[in-house]
Write a protein that binds this ligand. Structure first.
Ligand SMILES: [Zn+2]
Length: 464
């Protein structure tokens, strides 16, 4: 069994407290690399110990085996556990036993139809959505499916307390970002091809040698062709490198990952593989050669190298200036915004994050507040006027659009046609309920406990 860290225990306590208040759908935010599977396993252990059934949903096969191993190690009664990929479980939905608790991993995907189908089938279950980024690309929002959000510790806090390694971040600008075009929540492959400078391939090796020579690194590329080219350039420089992508056979991929773990390979170049879950403990450097407009992907890429080790400082090399969209990985992010709904017309302007500077000597990126005596905190050069300032515009956490969850609630309402107040609250989220009557109706619609409306009404100041 894993010994829980204090912050993991705190998260578990917060989840149970929220459940006691009557919340049924709770978003649990935990940054990447901080052990959220252990938290889920502990909740599953406690549930099955009391004879309750749990269901664990995930959307990637690579991560499932690891999760099952963690649940077993934690002492979950596996006879009471249904664990699987969403796509598989959806097909077997009529034969599944009813769970009391549903744990959804990487739940920024959870507004997809297959998830909603499972959640609809078990409306009485407590649903815990685990994610590092409680926002979903494509403008669908977590508030449409959740009653409460439990934010985890900030990345700064986790670093200060030794749970994540400190890092140095470099921005190298091998990209013309004006050429990037979005579709389905991220940049299109053809626009990434066009935007990337062709010098990038040689530059990646050169900059690795300047900033991270000898360190084990993972490179993120946007296409198989570019990944192969990057791996070839490393080999030309006598640095052991292997390219991996979705077409690499699973067995071969496992062998390569195992070699990397044993430090027999220095550089792993990949396309869309090392995002969620997969454990690579000794990565000390991340090289981003792929721009993204997804905060989830950005954090998964950049934080891949932050597993701590005594004396370690990780190196993040950003060739495509992702920091211009998202700031640094440890920027403070107010996750509560993700479930605070707001009238579109009253939308406040995006205020952005803290000022970020770039050193013209080493290309280091840092908070202006971290500058010491007008010198770069990474290389020590006096900066005076030779620095660039950026005002980072954070991703918009606010935009709200109609989606599947609303349709789902409307369908439920049709069953309760007689009650007008219930019908009025059907397409709303808790943030949009403004009277006690609406809160009560909402609670009825979602089969919530009696005390729920009181807790929320008090939080909103509707009653004293
Ligand atoms: Zn510098």
């Amino acid at each position: 069994m894993f010994k829980l860290r204090d912050y993991q225990q705190e998260t578990i306590d917060n989840i149970y407290q929220s459940m006691r208040y009557g919340n049924h759908r709770i978003v649990v935010q935990q940054p990447p690399r901080t052990g959220k599977t252990v938290i889920m396993a502990e909740i599953a252990r406690r549930a099955t110990r009391r004879g309750n059934r749990i269901m664990f949903l995930i959307h990637r096969k690579e991560v499932l085996a690891q999760a099952i191993a963690t649940f077993k190690a934690q002492g979950v009664d596996m006879d009471l556990a249904t664990m699987g990929m969403v796509q598989t479980l959806t097909r077997r939905i009529d034969n599944l036993s009813t769970p009391q608790v549903i744990l959804v991993d990487e739940s920024h995907h959870s507004l997809a139809k297959s998830y909603l189908r499972i959640l609809k089938t078990f409306p009485e279950a407590y649903v815990l959505y685990f994610t590092a980024t409680p926002v979903r690309t494509g403008h669908k929002q977590m508030d449409l499916i959740s009653d409460d959000l439990i934010p985890g510790k900030s990345i700064k806090w986790l670093t200060e307390h030794g749970f994540l390694a400190p890092f140095k971040y470099y921005g190298l600008g091998d990209i013309d970002r004006s050429k990037l075009r979005k579709a389905n929540g991220d940049y299109t492959n053809s626009s990434m091809d066009e935007a990337l400078s062709h010098q990038i391939y040689g530059h990646i090796v050169q900059q690795y040698q300047r900033l991270a020579k000898g360190k084990q690194a993972v490179v993120y590329c946007h296409s198989i062709e570019s990944a192969k080219e990057v791996a070839a350039k490393f080999k030309q420089a006598n640095i052991s490198a292997v390219e991996l992508d979705g077409e690499t056979p699973a067995k071969k991929r496992d062998e390569i990952v195992e070699k990397f773990r044993k430090q027999k390979i220095t550089i792993l170049v990949n396309v869309n593989l090392f995002t969620e879950g997969i454990d690579l403990p000794n990565v000390d450097c991340v090289i981003m050669a792929r721009p993204t407009s997804s905060l989830a992907l950005y954090l998964q890429f950049s934080m891949r190298c932050l597993n701590p080790r005594k004396g370690k400082t990780a190196i993040i090399i950003d060739h495509v200036d992702n920091f211009l969209t998202f700031g640094l990985p440890n920027s403070d992010r107010d996750w509560n915004k993700a479930i605070q709904t707001r009238d579109k017309r009253k939308k406040k302007p995006n205020t952005g994050g803290p000022a970020i500077c770039q050193c013209k000597y080493c290309f280091g990126i840092f908070y202006r507040a971290d500058m010491q005596n007008n010198s770069c905190p990474l290389c020590g050069h006096k900066l005076e006027s030779e620095r660039k300032d950026y005002k980072v515009v954070n991703v918009d956490l606010q935009e709200i659009k109609a989606n599947e969850a609303i349709k789902h609630r409307k369908a439920m309402v049709n069953k309760i046609l007689s009650d007008q107040v219930v019908a009025n609250v059907a397409d709303k989220s808790p943030g949009q309920l403004n009277t006690v009557a609406e809160l009560k109706a909402y609670a009825e619609l979602h089969h919530y406990k009696k005390g729920w409306w009181y807790y929320v009404a008090k939080k909103k100041g509707l009653i004293r």
